[in-house]
Ligand binder design. Structure first.
Ligand SMILES: [Zn+2]
Length: 289
């Protein structure tokens, strides 16, 4: 009796051992295998690095900015196509009165005369960001890569010459970009910063209509697009004044969307926005920047 039981127990033990081997042996082999073979393998290390390079080799693209700071909803003012003497001044004066920061996406072709260059210096001195729009106002999606490179090289040299600080944001004209722009912007450590609320001021819709647009689309993280260039400063300054009053009445604060890198700073200042700030239903800005 005890002998039979011993045989049965022995058979069960052998069976369990066999099952255990079948189950665990492949697992052990799999877990050990790669770590042993990966280090001498060039193909593994190549494929491991290729994927991240492809992803991180493109500049990040943002429509909005960080949604909250210290519990407050945030909104961001941006002005394109300047500087423009007689127009940009009006916006700068309004911003100074209101004591809110903004970002100016500037054009190199308008940074040539002493008056134009003084406006760039004033923008930076008054706590605003001078960011890259372009040298000309061409559609970069249609350009050869070398032209994109030349334009970004010029702008990332011109802005520090006048301000002593380095831009971190780039808004391609018309919000139009392809892979060449994404790659070259990344090389310059520039974030592609688009917008989430288009006032369409270039179509001269009137201040009331622009305020309706802003009022109905304002959400935490919104980036408002206006123009100080091409003579739009008077309208932009009025809309700015009313926007600040409106947003503050809803508890919003105004933030710096594109802080510039000051001399001696080494850390990358390019933040990744926590949200797009894009109202539902809007996936891409529509008009002219
Ligand atoms: Zn523009």
């Amino acid at each position: 009796m005890s002998a039979r039981i011993g045989i049965i127990v022995g058979v069960i033990a052998v069976a369990l051992a066999a099952v255990a081997f079948l189950f665990f042996a492949p697992t052990m082999t799999a877990s050990v295998g790669p770590s042993v073979s990966a280090s001498p393998s060039t193909s593994d290390s190549a494929s491991a690095s290729a994927s991240p390079v492809r992803v991180t080799g493109l500049a990040p693209v943002a429509f909005g900015g960080p949604e909250h700071r210290n519990g407050h909803p945030m909104v961001y003012l941006t002005y394109d196509d300047g500087p423009d003497p007689g127009s940009t001044d009006l916006v700068l004066n309004e911003l100074k009165t209101l004591n809110v920061p903004a970002t100016f996406f500037v054009l190199g072709m308008f940074m040539q005369t002493p008056q134009e260059q003084q406006l760039i210096k004033d923008e930076y001195a008054q706590g605003h960001s001078v960011s890259v729009h372009g040298f000309t106002h061409g559609d970069m999606l249609k350009w050869r890569r070398i032209t994109v490179v030349k334009e970004l090289n010029t702008m990332t040299s011109l802005i520090p010459q006048l301000t002593g600080a380095t831009p971190t944001c780039f808004r391609p004209p018309y919000g139009s970009y392809g892979k060449a722009v994404l790659v070259e912007a990344k090389r310059k450590n520039l974030r592609i910063q688009l917008w989430s609320i288009d006032t369409e001021d270039w179509q001269l819709p009137g201040v009331d209509k622009m305020m309706q647009t802003i009022s109905s689309q304002l959400v935490p993280g919104s980036v408002i697009l206006m123009h100080d260039g091409r003579g739009h400063g008077r309208i932009a300054s009025e809309v700015t004044r009313r926007t600040v009053a409106l947003a503050k009445s809803r508890g919003y604060e105004f933030g710096q969307l594109c802080p510039m890198t000051k001399p001696g700073e080494t850390a990358s200042p390019v933040p990744t926005p926590t949200s797009t700030g894009v109202p539902s239903g809007l996936t891409r800005p529509g008009a002219v920047s």
